[in-house]
Structures are given as structure tokens and as C-alpha cells.
Design a protein around this ligand. Structure first.
Ligand code: SAM
Ligand code: SF4
Length: 465
């Protein structure tokens, strides 16, 4: 008599992501790679047979979070073991790359350490760990292209706004930054691979795509015509996809903002009026010590050009306070640049010494109290400008891409072209659509409004103003 066929038990993976959007993208790709190996997603670590912490090493605080999280994971693993279930624990991302074997020495609960360049080997490594492999570490920079070896993005959940990593790594070696060590040398994916990924995402109802890279505007992929394509050319090609209504890119370096890319802000309506362009410090002396290879004047010349072609652009930036040797006068220069530039958004950080980077051993480390005070003053200035930018939207009609339900019942949340969060009262059927919204108010972190009267909610609308 035929034996009933055994269905293999369902395995579940929980991925917790720390840090930047590139890590979020990597987490999606890891979930897809594990999906083909039979792992379904788990919302809760307690239900997972495999827990992956996708980590960030950019500042000390971010890296420390991993070890406190691993402490919690050890307790969860012990609780599951008491119920007769096993849990594999993996550390991925930039802490994995930077600390490798040391993680297992410090936290023996970890079964597997996998750096960002080895994600295409993840399913095989997990299988090895399941088979009893202990303390596996994969942190080399393999010669093969991981993107070409990751499974195609067929299992992606449909999201109105999607990310695609187009460029990874960095050759610029700012003296404070771990990225060149954790993500390796600069590498650009081929345009044909990116266009194919965008087409698949568009088929799954994405209508906005954000291109990601540590230095996204240094992008130079080999095109199907054999030529080197820059970011402007790639964006123009993606703009040809009919169901992609919005394009964005981040993060850019001031040195790589060429005139063709700047001009695109005035020429390509699908390119959203938002530019994230870190300046780090308003003092040329500190910029030199940071090895940024640009001056304050270079930076201001770039933003002046961008504002000429797109006067309404929302400019965003990253700023570090308390870099070694930063005096009150250097900091005053940073405040002055922020005052002149009037950013719509800014990410401000206290300098954090990172092991292995040149600045960690520079003389003149700034005391914590001074960093704290400078950060407070800078954030207060930035908040004033952000608020002014948001208030200028009140009374305007903006096309909003709705992405999710809001925090309150009956609310939907979306983004303006300037990346401002916008909330309205409306049906969930708006999610995935662009609709004209009359902005009524600006609260500290978002805008609220109403759909333009007479707008038909049920018909698909791509562009609306
Ligand atoms: N590639 C981008 C650029 O050139 O500006 C930035 C990438 S980095 C992942 C994001 C931001 O983290 C940087 O712009 C910088 O402001 C901040 N950052 C990097 N290293 C830091 C450190 N050691 N301490 C404080 N902030 C840091
Ligand atoms: Fe880090 Fe950006 Fe500098 Fe590269 S350019 S080293 S990613 S801050």
C-alpha cells in the first residue's frame, strides 16, 4: 500500500533590520532567497526557526544595539528549546562584515555570520548550519556578482514604493567612515539588470522606485550598447517605463553631482524634486581632515545649480558635529552653511569614533558634552527650516502617492513629491495610487489634507495636479 506523502514542516524566518535603506533592500532580497529555500516570513522572532539580525556599523550606538538584541535572542532561543524547538541565529550586515569571528566569540549563541557581499550564499550557509555546522563565518568579498546570483524578485510583495540597489561600496575613504571597509570597493550593477528588476517591480504594482547606493551618483554601469551609463542615463531609461510614475535616488556625493544629473531635475517630470546631498561640515579645514575632497564653496555651487533648474527642490543633508579638532569657530561655520542652505530635511550626527578608521586616532577628540550641545543647537536650526518648508505647502494642491493605512482608523498615509508624509481621511483603495491633495495643515512631522473635491477615487490615476 502506498505510504501517505510527508509534507515537510513549514520553516519560518524573522529578519530584524537596523540602519539604512540599503539594509532594508538587502533584507528583502535575503527573505526572497530564503523563500526559495522553503522559509516563510515570521513577524515575531519567537515563532521563527531562523532569526537574522541585519546590522549597521556606521556609529558605535548602532553597532552596540546588536549585542543587546543578541542577549534577547539568547533568551528567546532558550525558551523555544524548552518547548523542543530549535532556533538558528544569524548576524548579517555591516557589523558582520566588520567583526566577523569576533561576534561568535562575544556571543556564542550566534550560529552564522554573513557579510553583505555573501547574501547569495545565504541559503546554502543556512542549510549547512541546519545540518549542524557551527560558528560559520562568510565575510570575504567574492569575485562573483552577488546580484546575479540572488533569485529573481518574483516573490516581492506589491508595494507602491520600492527600492533597488544600483551601486554598492565606496572608494572615497572619508576618514570617519566604515563603509569602504564594510561594503568594499565601489561597484555598479548593469543597467539591463536594473531595468529588468524595475519592470518586475512595476508588474507587481510599484509606481515609485528609489535607486540606492552609498554613492549613488557615482553610478557607472556597462550599458547594453557597450557604453558606460551614468546615473542620469539610467534614470532616463527607467522613466520610459510607463507604469513607473516617480523616481528618486539616494545617497549622493557633492563631487559626483554632474551637470547632466542636475539638469535632469528640470527636464524629467518623473524625477521627484528631492535631493539628499550630505555636506558633513561647514568648515573647509574640517572637510579637509574628513578627506571629503570638496569645499564649502563647491557644495554651495552645486546646490545653487540645482535650485536654478528646480527652484522648489527639497534639499536634504547629513551633518556631523564634533569631528576631531572641530572648534567653536568650525561649528559656527557649519551653522552658517545650514542657515544659508535652508534644508527641508537633515540628518545630524555626533561624531562617533569607528575602529579602524583614520579619524578614530586623530588628536583633538571633542568632549561628549560639547558634541551634545552642538547637536542640540544644530537640530533646533534645522527644525526651524524644516517647519518653514512644510508650512509653505499649506494651501497648495500636491500629488500624493498613498502607501499605507495611517495610524488612526480611516486614515491613509502617503508622500508628497518632496517626500513629506501626508495623512488624509480616506479609503484604503487609495493605497498604490497618486491623488491630488489639498494641504490644510503642517504638524511637526507631517502634513494633513483632503482629496481634491470631485476626484474620482475608484479610477486609476497616475499623474494628478
Ligand atoms: N555616502 C554618503 C556620503 O558621502 O555622505 C553617506 C553614507 S553614511 C552611510 C551616512 C551618514 O552617516 C554620513 O553621511 C555621515 O553623516 C554619517 N556618518 C558616517 N560615519 C559616521 C561617524 N563615524 N560618526 C558620525 N556620523 C557618521
Ligand atoms: Fe562613507 Fe560616503 Fe565618505 Fe564613502 S563618501 S567614505 S560612504 S561618507
Amino acid at each position: 500500500m502506498a505510504q501517505p506523502r510527508q509534507t515537510p514542516p513549514v520553516k519560518r524566518v524573522h529578519i530584524k533590520t537596523f540602519g539604512c535603506q540599503m539594509n532594508e533592500y538587502d533584507s528583502e532580497r535575503m527573505a526572497e532567497a530564503l523563500g526559495t529555500a522553503g522559509y516563510l516570513p515570521a513577524d515575531d522572532a519567537a515563532e521563527a526557526d531562523l532569526v537574522i539580525l541585519n546590522t549597521c556599523h556606521i556609529r558605535e550606538k548602532a553597532a552596540d544595539k546588536v549585542y543587546s538584541e543578541l542577549g534577547r535572542m539568547r533568551l528567546a532561543k532558550e525558551a523555544r528549546r524548552r518547548e523542543g524547538r530549535d532556533t538558528l541565529i544569524a548576524v548579517a550586515g555591516c557589523v558582520a562584515q566588520a567583526e566577523g569571528q569576533e561576534i561568535i566569540a562575544r556571543a556564542p549563541v550566534v550560529d552564522l555570520v554573513v557579510g553583505p557581499q555573501s547574501y547569495h550564499r545565504l541559503a546554502a550557509l543556512v542549510a549547512e548550519a541546519e545540518a549542524g555546522g557551527k560558528g560559520l563565518v562568510a565575510t570575504d568579498f567574492p569575485a562573483e556578482d552577488k546580484f546575479a546570483h540572488l533569485p529573481q524578485r518574483a516573490r516581492q510583495r506589491s508595494k507602491p514604493s520600492a527600492f533597488i540597489t544600483v551601486q554598492e561600496g565606496c572608494d572615497k575613504f572619508c576618514t570617519f567612515c566604515v563603509v569602504p571597509y564594510t561594503r568594499g570597493a565601489e561597484y555598479s550593477r548593469a543597467p539591463s539588470e536594473i531595468v529588468a528588476e524595475a519592470e518586475r517591480l512595476a508588474a507587481q504594482e510599484a509606481c515609485e522606485i528609489t535607486l540606492l547606493g552609498q554613492n549613488v551618483n557615482a553610478y557607472h554601469g556597462r550599458g547594453p550598447d557597450g557604453q558606460s551609463w551614468n546615473l542620469a542615463r539610467l534614470l532616463r531609461r527607467l522613466a520610459e517605463l510607463p507604469s513607473i510614475a516617480r523616481l528618486r535616488f539616494t545617497t549622493s556625493h557633492p563631487l559626483d553631482m554632474d551637470d547632466e544629473l542636475i539638469a535632469l531635475f528640470g527636464e524629467e517630470p518623473k524625477l521627484m524634486p528631492y535631493l539628499h546631498l550630505p555636506f558633513q561640515s561647514g568648515s573647509d579645514r574640517i572637510l579637509k581632515a574628513m578627506n571629503r575632497k570638496h569645499t564649502v564653496a563647491d557644495y554651495e555651487a552645486v546646490i545653487a545649480k540645482v535650485r536654478t533648474v528646480r527652484p522648489d527642490i527639497a534639499l536634504s543633508t547629513d551633518i556631523i558635529v564634533g569631528f576631531p579638532g572641530e572648534t567653536d569657530s568650525d561649528f559656527a561655520d557649519t551653522m552658517a552653511l545650514a542657515e544659508r542652505a535652508r534644508f527641508a530635511q537633515a540628518f545630524t550626527f555626533k561624531y562617533s569614533a569607528r575602529p579602524g578608521t583614520p579619524a578614530a586616532s586623530f588628536a583633538g577628540q571633542v568632549p561628549e558634552a560639547a558634541k551634545h550641545e552642538r547637536l542640540r543647537r544644530l537640530q533646533s536650526l534645522i527644525d526651524t527650516h524644516r517647519r518653514a518648508f512644510d508650512l509653505a505647502a499649506v494651501g497648495r494642491r500636491l500629488p500624493v502617492l498613498f502607501e499605507a493605512k495611517g495610524r488612526k482608523p480611516g486614515q491613509v498615509a502617503g508622500r508628497s513629491p518632496y517626500l513629506q508624509p501626508v495623512y488624509i481621511e480616506g479609503p484604503a483603495t487609495l493605497i498604490g495610487r497618486i491623488a491630488p491633495v489639498d494641504i490644510l495643515a503642517a504638524s511637526p512631522n507631517s502634513l494633513t489634507g483632503v482629496i481634491k473635491s470631485g476626484f474620482e477615487w475608484r479610477e486609476p490615476v497616475q499623474a494628478a495636479e
